[in-house]
Design a protein around this ligand. Structure first.
Ligand code: XMP
Length: 504
C-alpha cells in the first residue's frame, strides 16, 4: 500500500499521533526521519512534526528544502515544522518571552483553507518556545492566539504552518483542521483495514514461502491477531506460548482456551523456573527486561528446533519508541521485542513483523475483520515482560504470588462493576519497600500494592481513571483481607507524562 503522507519526525512525543490522525482520516501516513525525504516517492503530501529543538540552534534538525519543493505537494509544518518552514522561506523567529505550554484560543483571521468550518475561539494546544517574528515574502497570517501572536500561516499555495498541535485531543477541532489540510491533496483516501489485510496476507505468503514460522503468542491482542493472520494466510505456523511464571492468575488456561476458540493450535512451554533463576538478584529495570527478552528467545529456540522464521506482533509504537526507525525520539524503555538477539535475527532476514505498521486500535480492527471475538480483542494491554515490570526490585515467586492475588481481585472487581471495559489498562504493582501495619493485634511488616487504571488512546499519554470510591473501597477491603503479605493499598493518580503506565 503506497504511503501517501510522509510525516517527518523532528522528535516530538506527538509525532506518531499525527500519523494516526491522518490514517483515521483515511490516508496512508508513515513517520520518517527527515533525511530520508529524498528517497521517498509517490507522496501526496508532507507534514513536518514538532520537536524539542529551536530552529535557531546551529545543529537543529533540517529539511531537504529543494527536495520538498520539487515534490510539488501540499506541506504542513506543525510547531517546530512551522518554524523551520518559516525560516527556510525567508522569515524569522525570536524566542518567546515565556514558553507557551498548554491551552490557547484560536482567533481565526482567514477561514478559506485550514479553518473552513472551524469554530473561532476554539481551544488549541500549544507547546513551543519560539515565535514567528517576521513572515516570509508572500506569507499571510491565518490565525493568532488570544495575545495576538501568529499561530497559523499560509506560506504559499498548499503550504501551511501551525504553531499548535492539531493531533492531540486537547486541540478541540484539531481533527477538522487536519482534514482541511488533507482536502488539498491531489489523492483519494487509500487506507482501510480490509485493504491492509489483503495486502499484508499477500506479503506474508510471498515472504514466508514454504518455510515454517515460529510465532510467539501471549494471548494479548497483538500476538493473537498475528497468529490468526498467519493461520489465515495459510502458511506453516508453529505458535508457542511460554508460561514465564510472570503471568496473571489463571492466564495460561485462559490463553489456551482462547486459541482453541479461534481454531489455532498452540504449544505451551512451562518455563517459570528458568525465568525466576535468570532474574535472581537482579533489580535494575532495564536489565530485567533484557534478561526476559533474551530468555524468551532461548526458550523458543529450545522448543522450536531450527527456527527458519520468527514472527512477533511488534506494533508501530514499539518500533518508534525504541528509536530503531531512525526516529529522534529517545529510547524510553527497551521493549522486549527489540533486544539485541531479535535485531541480529532481523539482520539475517529471519524476523517477520506483519503488524509493525499498525497502531493498537488498527490491530483491533484487523482482528475484528479476521473474526476474532471481541472479548479477546478488548483485553487490556499486558507488557511482554509480564508481572516482572510490576514487581520493582528483585522478582521472586513469593512476590509474584502475592501480586497475582491482588491483581486478580482488582481486575475481577472492576469487571463486576462494569469498569473493566471503560478502562484502557488496569494494573497492580507490588512495591518493594515494605511498610508497618497491624493485623489482628500483631505488627505486620508487609508489602504495599499500588493500583493503576488509565485511559489512553495509544499509551503515549494517559490519564488516571476516577473509579468511584465505593468500588475502590471494595477492592481495597478485599485485598487487605484476602491477600496474605499485603497491608496497604494505594491508588496511583499520576498522568503520563510524566509517569509511565508501568512502574518499570
Ligand atoms: P509505559 O509503561 O511505557 O507503557 O507507559 C506503555 C504501554 O506499553 C506496555 N508495555 C509493554 N508492552 N512489551 C510490551 O509488549 C514491553 O516491554 C512493554 N513495556 C510496557 C504497557 O503495559 C503499556 O500498555
Amino acid at each position: 500500500m503506497e504511503v501517501q503522507i510522509a510525516v517527518l519526525d523532528y522528535g516530538s512525543q506527538y509525532s506518531q499521533l499525527i500519523v494516526r490522525r491522518v490514517r483515521e482520516l483515511g490516508y496512508h501516513a508513515k513517520l520518517y526521519p527527515p533525511h530520508v525525504l529524498k528517497d521517498l516517492s509517490g507522496l501526496a503530501g508532507v507534514i513536518l512534526s514538532g520537536g524539542p529543538n529551536s530552529v535557531s540552534d546551529p545543529d537543529s534538525p533540517d529539511v531537504d528544502f529543494e527536495v520538498l519543493e520539487a515534490l510539488d505537494v501540499p506541506v504542513l509544518g506543525v510547531c517546530y515544522g512551522m518554524q523551520l518552514l518559516n525560516k527556510k522561506l525567508g522569515g524569522d523567529l525570536k524566542p518567546s518571552f515565556t514558553s507557551e505550554y498548554g491551552p490557547a484560543r484560536l482567533c481565526i483571521e482567514n477561514d478559506d483553507h485550514l479553518f473552513e468550518g472551524i469554530t473561532n475561539d476554539s481551544q488549541v494546544w500549544m507547546s513551543h518556545s519560539d515565535t514567528v517574528s517576521q513572515l516570509p515574502p508572500g506569507a499571510q497570517i491565518l490565525a493568532r492566539n488570544e495575545d495576538g501572536i501568529p499561530v497559523a500561516l499560509q506560506f504559499r499555495e498548499g503550504w501551511f504552518g501551525i504553531q499548535f498541535h492539531p493531533e492531540v485531543t486537547h486541540s478541540h477541532e484539531g481533527r477538522g483542521i487536519l482534514k482541511n489540510f488533507l482536502r488539498q491533496l491531489d489523492a483519494d483516501p487509500g487506507f482501510d483495514v480490509e485493504a491492509f489485510k489483503r495486502e499484508v496476507i499477500r506479503e506474508i505468503i510471498a515472504e514466508v514461502g514454504d518455510r515454517e514460522v515460529v510465532c510467539g503468542v501471549s494471548g494479548g491482542v497483538d500476538s493473537t491477531v498475528l497468529a490468526v493472520l498467519l493461520h489465515e494466510a495459510g502458511v506453516k505456523v508453529h505458535p508457542i506460548f511460554v508460561d514465564t511464571g510472570m503471568l496473571r492468575k489463571g492466564e495460561a488456561v485462559e490463553v489456551q482456551k482462547q486459541f482453541a476458540e479461534v481454531g489455532v493450535e498452540i504449544e505451551t512451554v512451562f518455563a517459570e523456573k528458568r525465568f525466576l533463576d535468570a532474574l535472581k538478584g537482579e533489580t535494575d529495570p532495564e536489565a530485567k527486561r533484557k534478561i526476559i527478552g533474551n530468555l524468551f528467545l532461548d526458550v523458543f529456540f529450545d522448543h522450536a528446533g531450527t527456527v527458519e522464521l520468527f514472527a512477533q506482533g511488534t506494533l508501530y509504537p514499539d518500533v518508534i519508541e525504541s528509536a530503531t526507525s531512525g526516529s529522534i525520539a529517545s529510547v524510553i524503555k527497551t521493549h522486549h521485542n527489540r533486544v539485541n538477539r531479535i535485531m541480529e535475527l532481523k539482520k539475517e532476514g529471519r524476523v517477520l513483523e506483519p503488524l509493525s505498521e499498525l497502531f493498537k486500535d488498527e490491530v483491533r480492527a484487523l482482528g475484528t475483520s479476521l473474526g476474532i471475538p471481541a472479548y479477546a480483542l478488548n483485553r487490556h494491554p499486558f507488557p511482554g515482560p509480564g508481572l516482572a515490570v510490576r514487581c520493582p526490585g528483585e522478582v521472586t515467586k513469593e512476590k509474584l504470588d502475592i501480586l497475582r492475588e491482588a491483581d486478580h481481585i482488582f481486575i475481577s472487581t472492576l469487571r463486576k462493576h462494569g469498569w473493566y471495559d471503560k478502562i484502557w489498562q488496569a494494573c497492580t504493582t507490588l512495591l518493594s519497600s515494605k511498610s508497618v501495619g497491624v493485623k489482628g493485634d500483631v505488627r505486620a511488616y508487609e508489602y504495599p500494592v499500588s493500583l493503576r487504571a488509565v485511559i489512553s488512546e495509544d499509551a503515549m499519554t494517559a490519564d488516571w481513571v476516577e473509579i468511584p470510591f465505593p468500588v475502590l473501597r471494595e477492592i481495597s477491603n478485599k485485598i487487605l483481607n484476602g491477600v496474605r503479605g499485603v497491608n496497604r493499598v494505594l491508588y496511583d493518580i499520576s498522568t503520563k507524562p510524566p509517569a509511565s503506565i508501568e512502574w518499570e
